[in-house]
Design a protein around this ligand. Structure first.
Ligand SMILES: Nc1ncnc2c1ncn2[C@@H]1O[C@H](COP(=O)(O)OP(=O)(O)OP(=O)(O)O)[C@@H](O)[C@H]1O
Ligand SMILES: [Mg+2]
Length: 400
């Protein structure tokens, strides 16, 4: 394994204790440089091929947003679950369908995550919008931290105090990020490197950027989620995907202990190779999972379309509603009326037809305010999003 020095330590006094805060060297890895050859080159080409297949799966759907709605939310749920948000995909989708006012904070976390991504993509796409830069990440962070829980975590603001990862105080932390006065310079260097030419392949660069961002840990909270969002934005920015279909948080959550260890090893041993190997495997795993899910969702919709067309209760509006379900897999009557721009009886008949064909299921058992779910679709989308049996405050206890 290659050893290299990836930064310097600054000794600081915090209360009675002396701590060593780590200031990373700017990217790219140097002395020696990171070289993508041998096994890494193989992993890189397999990961790229998997991402390419995911891009193809995305365009095979009749509407560009068919998988996007579900996959973006799946990533947001998984990214939030990595350190303990208790919301499930069903909680989030049900909230989006009903907009009930008593939204739990965990559901808000995930909705904020989706909002942060949507905002950042729109900003980058807008001709006069911000490019992918520190300011944009701050604005995304502000959205991520929106609401009661994030209010005291300085939403949208680069931290002005020392933070730490793992442990109850900086003195016993697993990792102490740079002192706050070193953060702006480190972020500037990262931003510059993102817009510089670098011979490393873009997929690898997005992974390095994530590590560097986590090492700088520029915010009081939400660094993991914004750092994972950064990968998503970079993959689109560098043209590897045209929409954020890769739910990479799936693999980071599955291999959480290794994810943290690999981040740590970059600092302690300069092991960029080990990180890159892990990250490329995660990209491949998540992309293959996405391709599998997209293929099954696509097949399911085809089957359900045929089943509906044979059903005596079928109406033209019911077929239109079925086509809208991938973006609205949970619906209510008012929402169906709005989506279809139609009357209550017509929307009611469409829901009825889909229920009789076994496509929609009423979930509440109530006579009023009924909620219908596209069960078979949700079953595929929800795979691997169940909450872990136990969540530990674990590695980043210092700043949650
Ligand atoms: N040893 C480490 N070195 C650098 N970064 C780390 C290390 N261990 C964990 N991390 C990163 O720190 C993140 C946690 O930081 P923070 O609490 O600010 O983010 P967050 O988005 O609020 O995550 P969470 O929901 O994970 O609390 C992890 O998700 C991971 O990306
Ligand atoms: Mg946190």
């Amino acid at each position: 394994m290659t050893h290299r020095v990836t930064g310097t330590y600054r000794t600081l006094a915090v209360g009675e204790e002396t701590i060593k805060a780590f200031i990373p060297h700017p990217l790219p890895p140097r002395n020696p440089p990171l070289v993508i050859d041998g096994r890494l080159a193989e992993l890189h080409s397999t990961a790229c091929a998997a991402v390419g297949r995911l891009a193809v799966a995305g365009v095979m759907a009749p509407s560009a947003d068919w998988f996007l709605y579900g996959f973006v939310r799946k990533d947001a749920v998984l990214s939030s679950q990595i350190e303990g948000t208790q919301a499930t995909l069903m909680d989030v989708l049900t909230y989006e369908a009903t907009r009930k006012p008593d939204r739990p904070a965990d559901v808000q976390d995930v909705c904020n995550h989706v909002d942060a991504l949507t905002f950042a993509r729109a900003e980058i796409a807008r001709s006069k919008g911000l490019p992918l830069c520190t300011r944009l990440l701050c604005m995304a962070h502000k959205r991520l931290m929106h609401g009661t829980r994030g209010a005291d975590r300085q939403p949208g603001i680069i931290r002005t105090s020392q933070n730490w990862i793992g442990g109850s105080r900086p003195g016993n932390a697993r990792f102490v990020p740079p002192p706050h006065d070193a953060v702006p310079k480190a972020l500037d260097a990262l931003e510059r490197w993102l817009h510089d030419d670098d011979p490393l392949p873009p997929l690898v660069r997005a992974g390095l950027a994530h590590v560097q961002f986590e090492t700088i840990h520029p915010f009081l909270d939400g660094n993991g989620r914004i750092g994972r969002l950064l990968i998503t934005l970079l993959l689109e920015h560098w043209g590897l995907l045209t929409t954020p279909l890769l739910y990479l948080s799936l693999a980071f959550k599955r291999h959480r202990a290794e994810y943290y260890r690999r981040l740590l090893d970059v600092r302690t041993r300069g092991d960029w190779e080990g990180w890159t190997e892990f990250y490329l495997q995660c990209v491949r795993e998540s992309a293959e999972d996405g391709v599998g899910a997209a293929t099954r969702l696509f097949a399911l919709l085809g089957r359900d379309r045929r089943a509906l067309s044979r059903h005596t209760a079928a109406t033209v509006t019911a077929v239109r509603l079925l086509d809208l379900l991938p973006e609205h897999p949970i619906v209510t009557l008012p929402r169906a009326m709005k989506l279809l721009a139609t009357t209550k009886p017509t929307a009611g008949k469409a829901i009825d037809a889909l229920s009789k064909a076994g496509i929609l299921r009423e979930t509440t058992g109530r006579q009023r305010d009924r909620i219908y779910a596209y069960d078979a679709y949700l079953k595929i989308l929800r795979e691997d999003t169940a909450l872990p049996a136990e969540t530990s405050a674990g590695e980043s206890g210092g700043n949650r």
